[in-house]
Design a protein around this ligand. Sequence first.
Ligand code: SF4
Length: 284
Amino acid sequence: MEKKPEWLKVNYNKEAVEEVSRLMAKLKLNTVCKEANCPNLGECYKKRTATFMILGNICTRHCRFCNVGSGVVEAVDPNEPQHLAEAVKELDLKHVVITSVTRDDLADGGASHFANTIKAVRKLNPGVTVEVLIPDLQGVSEHLDIVIAANPDVINHNVETVREFYPEVRPEADYDRSMQVLLYVKTKAPQIKTKTGIMVGLGETDEQVFKVMDDSLKAGCDIFTIGQYLQPSPQHIKVKAYVTPEKFEEYKKIGEAKGFHYIASSPLVRSSYRAEEALEGGKS
Ligand code: SF4
């Protein structure tokens, strides 16, 4: 594999990272920023934003790009929604992103915990916009309804890669089910912005990328994100190519022309990167 290009090198703001990390530890919270080894960790923490990861930091699935651990899951912490709401207040956030590991072991996939967290954040932080990045909840409409009823501003569900790579990259997920989740949310609650995204650099063709865009638009998706896949460890799936900034720009232009309200496409984009800006851009 070629050497990591210059455009992927990032500098962490150590002080800001440590400050937010201390608060997370005090409130017993997980951020996906740290768990997923996000390259934007320094920038987001400096701006006092973070993506919180609820329902523990052990996942019941085994996606081959993901740095989150899998194994024996933890019991759900009933105090987590309140703790997260307190962190949002302490960090003085305007927009909060809440995601989770996939909890196929829970009867509702964790939907009610998401809903409780949205409500707790809103109660303690009026005016804060809330984005949830949800797992597919096995595509069960009753479970999606629980999240929808809490009325977050944005529901994000990432398809992560092109359809053709699912068996290798996301063995327990299903491309069509993910598209169905996005379509269901938009049909049931058109006022909620919907969002999805993919990583590139796994060997996908332009046509395959455009097909994901087209399928997402058909599912009513407002916001689309594209970023470079980075291999978190030698055990994870290998990077096949470092996609150039020019190619990302081309994806952005084509995505906008196809009709997304907002598209973030550049090497270091992750699904919650500049999420507040994406929500503003996605407001029609
Ligand atoms: S379901 Fe999500 S958290 Fe779990 S392994 Fe896959 S990407 Fe990682």
